[in-house]
Design a protein around this ligand. Structure first.
Ligand code: HEM
Length: 414
């Protein structure tokens, strides 16, 4: 047996990353230090425990629920969140994105939140940003104890101000269901309700349920907001040379989805996934991943593998043709047992031109981008976006946008 405790192995090509994602002997390794938020959450479980929790939570992440969500919830929440920016005629793209993403993720996680309340949305987002900092503490360059104590503080104020009222309301509804004073249909369709209802069967204690909700909020909000900003930016850049496509995106949700998938391939919200082999693993090409080594699955590189996406793999092209069996978004939603539960919720169904349009689901991010563009959202030409100089990746420190006024002088509504 090879012992690889300090050995780092980075996989960058499509086939090896895919195979590593699917190996049962590779354990999640990205969140050990972030235990304050991540201990016992779905993403950090392994084997049977993971399968059982995933089976339970999958009950919520079903196509009928996505359809209900896309047709009944999304539009209203996005319109309420975006309206203050449209009324003002301007805003920051990233702020618009994270506010929408925060309110939408709160709904799916099961935290009650009025999307019209800008102050509460900002407050919740400030807590959830801290949870993300806690989850990814292994990459932090700050004093880790200081980060931990800020995360603890954020978790306890979130518990008091947001979690307890939402949990109490759901517990009351579950008692009403038991007493047959409400029907199944009247229960909220969210993660917290699903967990509270099944906590005994899975022996989930109160702390685990609480951390699972904190984890969902940060996993959903950050990646949705990130994907929104990148899709809009890629579309604006593409639109400079292909203005008809930008006009098409303002009208056509299906085309926006194509752009979103392509943008997600180039800018995955989590650029790497980390794993450690529980025993020596040999990949099909002979690569040895020794027990205990640190395996880095580089999604940015794998998603640009020219043997899969051709010589133009680095370029944004929404009209790209991808090989059969390869998702347009590459591996940005992961693969194997930990593949993202929110993939269809955020990315919609894979594009299939033979599917009747009434059965299509376009996903949260595309609906957000389309709402922004159809409200007249465009770059503020007087104030170009600025890249965050402290980040190696393409992150914007500011991205001013304006909402254009229609030809008749009326402002467009989100
Ligand atoms: C564009 C949006 C999103 C992207 C790019 C994304 C990406 C990912 C990736 C790469 C993983 C796997 C990580 C690993 O294997 O180490 C993952 C897992 C997960 N994601 Fe997402 N995600 C997105 C949206 C969401 C949303 C909206 C939710 C929930 C509301 C969500 C919930 C989760 C959960 C619970 C897991 C863990 C699954 C498991 O361990 O079985 N994600 N996501």
């Amino acid at each position: 047996m090879a012992m690889g405790n300090n050995m780092k192995i980075e996989l960058t090509d499509w086939l090896r990353v895919k195979e590593a994602f699917r190996s049962k002997h590779l354990r999640q390794a990205g969140y050990t230090e972030g235990a304050i938020v991540m201990a016992d959450t779905l993403l950090d479980l392994h084997g049977l425990e993971h399968r059982e929790r995933r089976r339970l939570e999958n009950r919520l992440f079903r196509r009928e629920i996505f359809s209900f969500w896309e047709h009944q919830i999304l539009g209203k929440t996005i319109a309420a969140t975006m309206q203050p920016f449209v009324d003002k005629g301007s805003g920051d793209l990233a702020q618009i994105g994270y506010r929408c993403a925060m309110n939408l993720t709160a709904t799916i996680a099961g935290i009650d939140q009025d999307p019209r309340d800008e102050v509460q949305t900002e407050l919740m987002y400030s807590k959830v940003k801290k949870f993300s900092e806690g989850a990814t503490i292994m990459h932090s360059t700050r004093d880790k104890d200081a980060v931990r104590s800020e995360v603890k503080e954020a978790m306890s104020s979130f518990f008091r101000d947001f979690y307890v009222p939402s949990k109490t309301r759901r517990k009351d509804l579950l008692s009403d269901l038991k007493n047959e004073t409400i029907s199944e249909e009247e229960l909220p369709k969210d993660v917290l309700t699903t967990l509270l209802r099944n906590a005994e069967v899975l022996e989930l204690d109160d702390e685990i349920v609480f951390r699972e909700i904190c984890f969902y909020l940060q996993a959903g909000a950050h990646s949705t907001a990130n994907s929104f900003t990148h899709t809009v930016d890629d579309l604006f850049t593409w639109g400079d040379k292909n203005p008809k496509d930008l006009d098409l995106a303002r009208e056509n949700l299906s085309f926006v989805q194509r752009c979103m998938h392509e943008s997600l391939r180039l800018s995955p919200a989590s650029p790497v996934a980390l794993r450690t082999p529980l025993e020596d693993v040999q990949l099909s090409d002979g690569t040895l991943l020794p027990q205990g080594s640190h395996v880095i699955l580089n999604l940015v590189e794998a998603n640009r593998d020219p043997s899969i996406f051709g010589h133009s793999a680095d370029l944004f092209d929404p009209h790209r043709i991808v090989p059969d069996g390869v998702a347009r978004w590459g591996m940005s939603f992961g693969a194997g047992s930990h593949a993202c539960v929110g993939a269809e919720l955020d990315g919609g169904l894979e594009i299939d031109t033979s599917r009747p349009s009434e059965e299509a689901l376009y996903g949260t991010v595309s609906v957000m981008v389309h709402a922004f563009l159809s409200a007249g959202g465009r770059k503020d030409e007087m104030n170009p976006p600025k890249l965050d100089e402290n980040s190696e990746r393409k992150h914007f420190s500011q991205y001013p946008v304006v909402f254009a006024v229609g030809n008749d002088g009326s402002s467009r509504k989100a």
